[in-house]
Design a binder for this molecule. Structure first.
Ligand code: 5AD
Ligand code: SF4
Length: 478
């Protein structure tokens, strides 16, 4: 990381990221003061809701918190600074946040040093912030998805003002590089390649809370990955709401497939993953690159959402059932051992039994390795929220159960086809339940448990997949 001269007697610089390093130094002084007062280090706990994007954002928050002198505390009730990085894709995630905030209110009463910070997608909804301002006055800092890089500045402001600090931006075209971040794993890391989404699927709130699509410069991405590799990372997960449209809005346009080829050249990097792919933008060029790559993992997450062309149109997905199935065929032909996973929504407004059976048909034809199944959740402000014929709860529940059963049965069958083969696994952890075993991840994203110890973590080893247990394998090192 580049170093900057920081002089706190001077006003804060205007330029980023220098400005944030200035505020990190400032916040550090406040934290030091408070911890001397308390006679112990001040601690933090970040809880992440939702997707991998949020998980990556949380690593950035942790990086800043550690930089300003907070120490991590895994138990939320004991922490002096509790941060919720929220998700609002489905309504039940919001309810969980309100519920947990209610509990925090009591804990805060007994800890004079306690602060509560809220950020993430939920905060981009004006009605949420209104509710917090009215009924959750004990929250200290509220910010959104576009300005998490300003976290240190917001912390410093809170220490100076003693009032609730709220900073939400509607949208941004800014991408601030080179701030600290603390990785959860030493050997793998998420890397943002783009932010936001322009697709406006009619059920989805993401384009409203994450803003317009913005791609990072390829040079910045490569530089970040090179640094990660120098620091021991062997696997990266390239993150974007729709990675297949990467690069379209850059000054010098580049395709996602071209970016992958550049990343492939990075020496020492062993595995490349990415998500999420929108079927409408998945190019032949990408399939070709995947086919020839030594590093891109044999896994593609390709959300179908529904198998009914009629519903897909109402969802504004811009592909038909037939086009999706054709695409799957093309991919399977090019990369025969690829693992396919998907997202499916049940109970979209107007979904009939016939529409649902079309979804079941796609599941049976594609035979996914696994599928995330969701009950449609009405998101205020999206076009689908006001569509007619919202499906009754009991009908949705029945369809959901049938779908889940089908998905699980197929998934167990698909998983078992690798039984008896030898494959490379990246060892991620010691097994929680049995400490004589370690857990590794195969290129196709399936987990395998096998005898080993902590020293293997971060290594890629050959493992024989002896026994399939439905969604994972038991094996041994060979
Ligand atoms: N209701 C249910 N599921 C949704 N998703 C997005 N919006 C909604 C919603 N309103 C699902 C989609 C998406 C995944 C991340 O979340 O399947 O792919
Ligand atoms: Fe939501 Fe569709 Fe964008 Fe995915 S592609 S984030 S489902 S609007």
């Amino acid at each position: 990381m580049d170093t900057y001269t920081i002089d706190l007697t001077q006003p804060a610089p205007e330029k980023e990221p220098q400005r944030q390093f200035y505020f990190m130094e400032k916040a550090k002084q406040y934290v030091q003061q408070k911890s001397e007062e308390a006679g112990r280090p001040l601690t933090f706990c970040v809880t992440t809701f939702g997707c991998q994007m949020n998980a990556r954002d949380s690593e950035k928050l942790v990086g800043i918190l550690e930089q300003v002198g907070y120490v991590e505390e895994p138990e939320e009730e004991k922490a002096d600074f509790v941060i919720y990085n929220t998700c609002t894709v489905r309504e039940n995630a919001n309810q969980r946040v309100y519920g947990r905030l209610g509990q925090l209110k009591h804990i805060k009463k007994s800890n004079p040093y306690m602060m509560i910070g809220l950020c993430g997608c939920m905060m981009q909804e004006p009605q949420v912030v209104e509710k917090l301002k009215k009924s959750y006055r004990f929250v200290d800092i509220i910010f959104g998805t576009h300005n998490i890089y300003k976290f240190a500045e917001l912390i410093a402001t809170r220490f100076e003002s003693e009032r609730m600090v709220i900073d939400i931006w509607k949208d941004t075209d800014k991408i601030v590089e080179d701030l600290p971040s603390e990785r959860k794993f030493s050997f793998k890391s998420g890397v943002n390649i783009m932010f936001g989404c322009n697709n406006f699927c009619s059920y989805c709130i993401v384009p409203y809370v994450r803003g317009r699509e913005r791609s990072r410069n390829p040079k910045d991405i490569i530089r970040e990955i090179e640094r990660l590799v120098a620091d021991g990372v062997v696997e990266v997960m390239l993150l974007g709401q729709n990675v297949n449209s990467y690069g379209k809005n850059l000054e010098e346009p580049i395709t996602f497939a071209q970016l992958l080829q550049e990343i492939e050249k990075i020496e020492g990097l062993e595995r490349i993953r990415f998500m999420t792919s929108h079927p409408k933008d998945l190019s032949d060029e990408l399939i070709e690159v995947m086919k020839n790559s030594k590093k891109i993992c044999k896994h593609l997450h390709l959300p179908v959402q529904s198998g009914s062309t009629r519903i897909l149109e109402k969802m504004n997905r811009r592909y038909t059932k037939e086009k999706y199935l054709e695409l799957v065929e093309k991919i399977k032909t090019a990369v025969p051992d690829i693992s396919l996973t998907t997202d499916i929504i049940v109970g979209f407004p107007g979904e009939t039994e016939e529409d649902f059976l079309e979804t079941m048909d796609v599941v049976q034809k594609v035979r996914y390795d696994s599928a995330f199944t969701f009950i449609y959740s009405k998101r205020t402000g999206t076009p689908a929220a006001t569509m007619e014929n919202q499906v009754p709860e009991d009908v949705i529940k029945d369809r959901f159960d049938r779908l889940l059963k089908e998905v699980q049965e197929i998934s167990a069958e698909v998983c078992s086809v690798h039984e008896g083969t030898i494959q490379k696994a990246l060892v991620e952890s010691v097994n929680d339940h049995d400490h004589t075993l370690v857990t590794g991840r195969l290129s196709n994203n399936i987990l395998v448990h096998f005898p080993g110890d902590e020293s293997l973590i971060g290594q890629i080893v050959d493992v024989s997949l002896d026994e399939c247990k439905g969604f994972y394998y038991i094996g041994k090192r060979v």
